[in-house]
Ligand binder design. Structure first.
Ligand SMILES: Cc1cn([C@H]2C[C@H](O)[C@@H](COP(=O)(O)OP(=O)(O)O[C@H]3O[C@@H](C)[C@H](O)[C@@H](O)[C@H]3O)O2)c(=O)[nH]c1=O
Length: 397
């Protein structure tokens, strides 16, 4: 345990379930805590190979390394590096902590019961998934008593003042605005990603979704559009939906390739780090995103978007989608709100015709939707971001 005078030390544990979302959110959190707070952060990750897709500088073979000031340790079983208890312990998305960690917490808890001068175990938090549902306010910050006598607190991110807030780095919106003000930034970014032939007036859509037939319908609509549309696809799951219109197999696609279909140009992108991905979202006219982290970053990009939500059992994800859409559309003109909602729902439900027809209604240059996308981040953040709220929560606990 750190002494009273030394800087705080926090540990974050992340198990990669599938995709990049769990590590994506956790990595954003770790980086921001380390950059903006006087706290030494250690991030324990069980799958460095997956992590390296969104942090190409990471070496998956190393048991410990430092990036962006964060110590990243391989979470192997048993742990190759001993866990030293710090001030706070965050388990991401209810991942099961390693036995050694649980044993140390219990030992500290018992020792501090017997001797009040003994160091207390770290504050233990479970970082939950983001949801706009109203019940989140009532559950955020609640403790759960463990059989060992330890308390674990539920930390719920959210869109209202009574939740744990949203991850958003200091001055992010200013950086985005400065980026978007200079059109050359977008052209330079596209060039650095190996994309050619995109004129400043062309419309550009980024696509990072799961498989859905709705994507095929959108591509067919874009082929027949009056102006050129460039659709940027990182190599991944979205492309599986397009096999029937592609001239080659998915396996043969590689970053830098272009496929022209009528007025649609499909570009295959390399995966970049999160900072590069943010810039991509800032630079496109419309973004199709998924999961949790890209969903939030599309909002911070201040551009219109479709959210392909991560599917859950019994279609529970549709309830989450609806809760978010209600909130997001609160200040939109009713007709536009309806079209945006139908477009998102149809995309998630793989309804091809509805997706195509409501895409036409939304239109890439719909000014009210664009204005709303610019105002939304300011409203959604509710004055204070997640990291600031989290640090305050720890102080108050
Ligand atoms: C395309 C791209 C993405 N990324 C990052 C952005 C995000 O941090 C991450 C993708 O995460 P998400 O958008 O959340 O989508 P995802 O589908 O990968 O993650 C999902 O994983 C499941 C296990 C969770 O339960 C879901 O809630 C969800 O988070 O990848 C890059 O860094 N570079 C890239 O080029």
């Amino acid at each position: 345990m750190t002494s009273q005078n030394s800087p705080e030390r926090w540990d974050i544990f992340c198990a990669v379930v599938d995709n990049y979302g769990d590590i994506g959110v956790t990595w954003r959190l770790a980086k921001q805590l380390s950059a903006e707070q006087p706290i030494a952060i250690t991030l324990w990750v069980d799958d460095l190979k997956s992590f390296s897709h969104i942090l190409p500088a990471l070496d998956p073979e190393l048991v410990s390394q430092v990036h962006f000031g964060v110590t990243i340790n391989q979470w192997s079983t048993p742990l190759a590096i001993a866990y030293q208890t710090g001030n706070v312990l965050i388990e991401a998305f209810a991942c099961e902590l390693p036995e050694q960690v649980k044993t140390s917490l219990i030992a500290m808890q018992q020792a501090s019961k017997l001797d009040s001068s003994a160091a207390k175990p770290p504050l233990w938090l479970n970082l939950e998934y983001l949801s706009a549902e109203s019940w989140v306010e009532g559950c955020h910050g609640l403790p759960s008593m463990q059989a060992s006598g330890l308390k674990k607190y539920f930390y719920f991110p959210g869109f209202t003042a009574k939740t744990g807030g949203l991850i958003c780095e200091n001055k992010l919106f200013e950086k985005r605005d400065a980026w978007q003000l200079n059109l050359q930034n977008r052209q330079d970014l596209f060039a650095s990603l190996g994309l050619s032939g995109i004129e400043p007036i062309d419309k550009v859509v980024s696509v990072f979704s799961y498989e859905t037939k709705a994507l095929l319908a959108l591509c067919e609509t874009w082929q027949d559009s009056e102006q050129t549309i460039h659709a940027l696809f990182p190599k991944g799951r979205s492309l599986n939906s397009l096999q029937s219109i592609l001239p080659c197999s998915i396996e043969e696609l590689s970053a830098g390739m272009q496929i022209k279909l009528g007025n649609l140009v499909i570009h295959i992108l390399p995966m970049t780090d999160q900072e590069g991905y943010d810039k991509l979202l800032w630079s496109c006219d419309f973004n199709i995103v998924r999961g949790e982290d890209s969903f939030l970053r599309a909002q911070w990009a201040a551009k219109p978007f479709i959210w392909h939500i991560y599917a859950q059992e019994d279609d529970y994800h549709l309830i989450k989608l609806d809760a978010f859409m209600q909130l997001y559309c609160n200040n939109l003109p009713p007709e536009l709100a309806k079209s945006w909602k139908v477009l998102n729902l149809a995309f998630n439900n793989e309804q091809q015709e509805l997706t195509a027809s409501h895409w036409q209604k939304i239109n890439l240059v719909d000014l009210p939707l664009l204005q709303h996308a610019k105002q939304w981040p300011i409203d959604a953040i509710n004055d204070v971001d997640l990291v600031s709220r989290l640090v305050q929560f720890v102080k108050n606990s």
